[in-house]
Design a protein around this ligand. Structure first.
Ligand SMILES: [Fe+2]
Length: 403
């Protein structure tokens, strides 16, 4: 059928109009960043955050923020009556045209012991914190996993964090699958540190980037406060240094991907090549991969095809036993091949739930609750227990045995 000029123009008008309506409907999701409100400069060191180095048993990094411009800063570490001073690097962080000076001090050669530390900027010092290093010869190790927290200001996450810290004092670390805060604004950062009190200065956090940790633009950028608060080893993919990384424990390699930072074939290939290399070199360890976007999504209307097609073959080929994920605001535990690994686990701790799809065969899905997971492992067995965060009742339990 041959169209005349007017018919062709009419068709193009309809296409452009449909595109405009679609972009308009998605505008907020793609480009809207929350307004910055309640910002204030830290007059003394605040937001003290403890993260592990590549070697979990001997290395820690402590970050904090103070003031708007660099002043001489250091960490004071006390052990057995001896005090060591560790110089800190400073970084001026500009977010929403607001300036903060962030600091990071790297501590190496830590022993199986209990230390105390405080951080100092200029003549202003923080309170003292306890730094408890793990025992290397323990047969059973434990960590806590939670997905998206995204609490509302004045919500109940403080109760959950307090409870977790008291209930599991011997956990080596907490792991979060991204979206720890609802908006990337200073108000929500303040709320995170209010709700975690000083736990983040004492319990090492292994955190992944989520979409709420990125600033929305045509090409999304990580919130600069995120990479300067959570300072991880620079052992990740070239395009995602500080956002993709791995941490080694005696029988475990924790691998974190930056799935939100995958925005083109270059960033995708970079993380693929890196993941393949560090899975190949992981040795005889448990391999746990953590990422924000699930390989098997359970939220209605979502399907992360590119992430699945890229990373699933590596996860299978190199024997990853557990994949920890978030983003979908449902609990979902899925073992595609019954009796084997990998196990895929999606979780969330947020008051916000999403409508789920009809689950895959054999997938356990729970909606409209908040969860945390306790993971205990020995060299040969990993026990994963999921609990309702508000009541501590057990809702799911699986054991993985290593052949
Ligand atoms: Fe998310």
């Amino acid at each position: 059928m041959k169209l005349n000029r007017i018919e062709k123009i009419a068709i193009w008008c309809i296409i452009v109009l449909a595109l405009a309506i679609w972009v308009n409907s998605r505008w907020r999701a793609w480009f809207h960043n929350a307004e910055e409100a309640g910002y204030y400069v830290a007059l003394t060191p605040d937001r003290v955050t403890l993260t592990p180095g590549e070697n979990f048993m001997t290395q820690r990094t402590v970050s904090w923020r103070c003031g708007k411009k660099y002043e001489t800063s250091y960490l004071r570490l006390v052990h057995d009556g001896d005090t060591t001073t560790i110089n800190a690097n400073g970084k001026t962080v500009l977010a929403y045209d607001k300036k903060d000076e962030f600091y990071a001090a790297h501590i190496n050669d830590l022993k199986d012991s209990i230390y105390r530390y405080q951080v100092v900027t200029g003549n202003k010092a923080s309170q003292w914190f306890t730094l408890r290093m793990p025992k290397p010869n323990t047969n059973t190790r434990q960590f806590i996993y939670f997905g998206d927290v995204q609490d509302t200001i004045g919500g109940t996450s403080k109760q959950i964090f307090d409870n977790l810290y008291q209930r599991y004092p011997n956990a080596d670390f907490w792991a979060c699958g991204g979206d720890l805060i609802e908006h990337a604004t200073d108000e929500y950062w303040n709320y995170l540190y209010q709700s975690t009190d000083s736990i983040l200065a004492k319990m090492p956090l292994i955190n992944a980037t989520g979409n709420h940790d990125y600033l929305k633009l045509l090409y999304q950028l990580i919130n600069p406060r995120w990479v300067n608060a959570f300072v991880y080893p620079s052992n990740g993919a070239k395009t995602a240094i500080g956002k993709s990384y791995f941490i080694d424990l005696p029988n475990l390699r924790m691998i974190v991907l930056d799935t939100n930072g995958i925005q083109d074939s270059f960033t995708l290939t970079s993380q693929y090549v890196w993941l393949r290399r560090i899975l190949r070199t992981s040795g005889n360890k448990w391999k746990v991969v953590m990422m924000h976007h699930p390989i098997y999504s359970v939220r209605k209307g979502r399907d992360n095809t590119m992430i699945r097609n890229t990373f699933l073959p590596l996860i299978k080929k190199y024997g990853v036993q557990l994949v920890l994920e978030g983003h979908d605001h449902n609990y979902a535990r899925y073992i595609p091949n019954k009796g084997t690994t990998p196990v895929f686990l999606i979780s969330y701790m947020s008051p916000k739930s999403y409508t789920r799809i009809k689950p895959y065969k054999g997938m356990k899905v729970i909606q409209e609750r908040r969860f945390y997971q306790v993971i205990d492992y020995t060299p040969n067995e990993m026990k994963i227990r999921a609990y309702y965060a508000m009541s501590d009742s057990l809702v799911d339990a699986i054991n993985i045995t290593r052949r």
